[in-house]
Write a protein that binds this ligand. Structure first.
Ligand code: AMP
Length: 397
C-alpha cells in the first residue's frame, strides 16, 4: 500500500510517500513559498531535486507533488492511481476528534469548527485536504489530529481551575499536542518492553517540547495545554507562566496581549534565557562549554523543568515503569538525557553513560538494576499518520 502523508502549513507543505507496513519512504519533499512564488524540493533516497514552480495556492503545490511523484525521471510511481490514500496532519481536533478519521463533509465542518482553537494551522491543514480532494477526488483522505491521542485524559487533568462557563461555553481546557508522536512512542515502547499494560512518561524534546503521562497506552496527562505554549520551556516558547506576567508586561510596555503572546511563543524559552543567542541546543551546549553563564542557565532551567514533570507524572501515575526520550533533543542530546536522569535517582532511575552515548537510535540506556527502563526511541510521526490512514482505509473496504 502507498500512503501519501501531507503536513500542510500556511506557506509550506511537507510530503512523504510511504509504505505503512514497512515504513519504507519512496520519496519525500517540501513545497515552500506557497502564495509567494513556489519552490519544490524532492528527495528520492540520497537524490535531491529542486525546482521553482509557481504555487499561487496549496492546490498548485499538491499538483506539483503529484507531477513529480509520477515524473519519468524523478518520480517513483507510474500513475497517481498508485497512491491508495492520503493522510493529513491536522493540528487541532478540539473536542470533536478523539481519533483519526476518514474525511467527509462532516469532518471538514468539524475541522472548521476547531479553527478558533488552531487559528494558524487548521486553515492551512484544511487547504491541504481540499487541494487533495480537488486533484485526486477518488482517493480516500484521512485526517490525523495532533490533539487526538490526549483525549483519554481524565477531567482532573484536562480541566483548568477557572469558572466552568469557559469550559462549557468556549471549550477552554487542556488539549495537548505532539499527540501523533506520543502515540507512536507509546506503541514502540510497548513493542520494545514486550507488554501493553505499564506506566510510562514520554519526553518529546525538540524545538517544541511536550511530555505525556501514559498508562496502558492511553494518555493520562500532558504538558501542553489549550495551545502549545504550555509545559516545559522550549526552543523559543516560555512554557508554563503565571498569567499575571502578561498583564504586567502589557501594562508596563503598552504591549497588546497578542504581541506579548508572540514574545512568549517566539522569543522566550532557551532562546530568551540565553539572551537571544540560540534556540538550538547544540549552540547552547557549545557556548555553555565555553563558559557562557546565560546559556548554562538556559540549559539548567530546561533540565530542571523536564525532571520536575517526570516527578509530577510519576506521582500522578503512582510510579512509572518506563521513561522514553524522543525528538531532536531527546534522541540526540546525550548531556540533556544524563542531566535530566541525574535528578531522578530518588525514584530508582539509573542510566549507563556508555549506553547513553547514542544518537537517533532505539536504545535501552538504563542499567539492568534501574527501577525504570529508560529508552531512546526516535519518533516517526509520518509513519504513525500512514499507519492510522491505512488502518482506517482498509477497515472501510
Ligand atoms: P526537532 O524539533 O525535534 O526537530 O528538534 C530540533 C532540535 O534538536 C534542535 O533545535 C537542536 O537543539 C536539537 N538537536 C539536534 N541534534 C542535536 C544534537 N546532536 N545534540 C543536541 N541537540 C540536538
Amino acid at each position: 500500500m502507498n500512503v501519501l502523508v501531507i503536513n500542510a502549513g500556511s506557506s509550506s507543505l511537507k510530503y512523504q510517500l510511504m509504505n505503512p507496513e514497512t515504513g519504507d519512504v519512496a520519496a519525500k519533499g517540501l513545497c515552500e513559498r506557497i502564495y509567494i512564488d513556489g519552490r519544490l524540493t524532492h528527495k528520492v533516497g540520497d537524490n535531491k531535486v529542486e525546482k521553482d514552480i509557481p504555487m499561487p495556492t496549496h492546490s498548485e503545490a499538491i499538483q506539483a507533488v503529484l507531477e513529480i511523484l509520477v515524473d519519468p525521471v524523478d518520480g517513483v510511481i507510474k500513475s497517481v492511481d498508485e497512491i491508495d490514500a492520503v493522510g493529513h496532519r491536522v493540528l487541532h481536533g478540539g473536542m470533536e476528534f478523539s481519533d483519526s478519521c476518514i474525511v467527509n463533509d462532516d469532518v471538514i465542518k468539524a475541522i472548521k469548527k476547531c479553527i478558533p482553537l488552531g487559528p494558524l494551522h487548521n486553515p492551512a491543514n484544511l487547504m491541504g485536504i481540499e487541494a487533495c480532494q480537488a486533484v485526486m477526488p477518488k482517493t480516500p483522505q484521512v485526517a490525523v489530529f495532533d490533539t487526538a491521542f490526549h483525549m483519554t485524559m481524565p477531567p482532573k487533568a484536562y480541566r483548568y481551575a477557572i469558572p466552568t462557563e469557559y469550559y462549557e461555553n468556549d471549550d477552554i481546557r487542556r488539549y495537548g499536542f505532539h499527540g501523533t508522536s506520543h502515540k507512536y512512542i507509546a506503541r514502540r515502547a510497548a513493542a520494545l518492553v514486550g507488554k501493553t499494560e505499564f506506566k510510562m512518561v514520554n519526553c518529546h524534546l525538540g524545538n517544541g517540547s511536550s511530555m505525556s503521562a501514559i498508562k496502558d497506552g492511553k494518555c493520562m496527562d500532558t504538558t501542553m495545554g489549550l495551545s502549545p505554549l504550555a509545559g516545559v520551556p522550549m526552543g523559543t516558547r516560555s512554557g508554563d507562566i503565571d498569567a499575571c506576567v502578561v498583564q504586567f508586561i502589557c501594562n508596563k510596555y503598552g504591549m497588546s496581549v497578542d504581541d506579548c503572546l508572540t514574545m512568549l511563543n517566539k522569543k522566550s524559552g532557551v532562546l530568551g534565557l540565553s539572551d537571544g543567542l540560540s534556540s538550538d541546543f547544540r549552540d547552547l551546549e557549545a557556548a555553555a562549554g565555553e563558559g557562557n553563564e546565560a546559556c548554562k542557565l538556559a540549559l539548567q532551567k530546561f533540565y530542571y523543568e523536564v525532571a520536575k514533570y517526570v516527578g509530577a507524572y510519576a506521582a500522578a501515575l503512582n510510579g512509572i515503569d518506563v521513561l522514553t526520550f524522543t525528538a531532536g533533543v531527546g534522541e540526540n542530546g546525550i548531556t540533556t538525557r544524563q542531566a535530566i536522569c541525574d535528578y531522578l535517582g530518588f525514584m530508582g532511575v539509573k542510566i549507563d553513560p556508555e549506553k547513553n552515548n547514542v544518537r537517533g537510535k532505539e536504545t535501552l540506556i538504563s542499567t539492568p538494576d534501574s527501577k525504570v527502563q529508560v529508552w531512546v526511541i526516535p519518533t516517526n510521526e509520518e509513519l504513525m499518520i500512514a499507519q492510522d490512514t491505512a488502518e482506517l482505509v482498509n477497515a472501510a473496504k
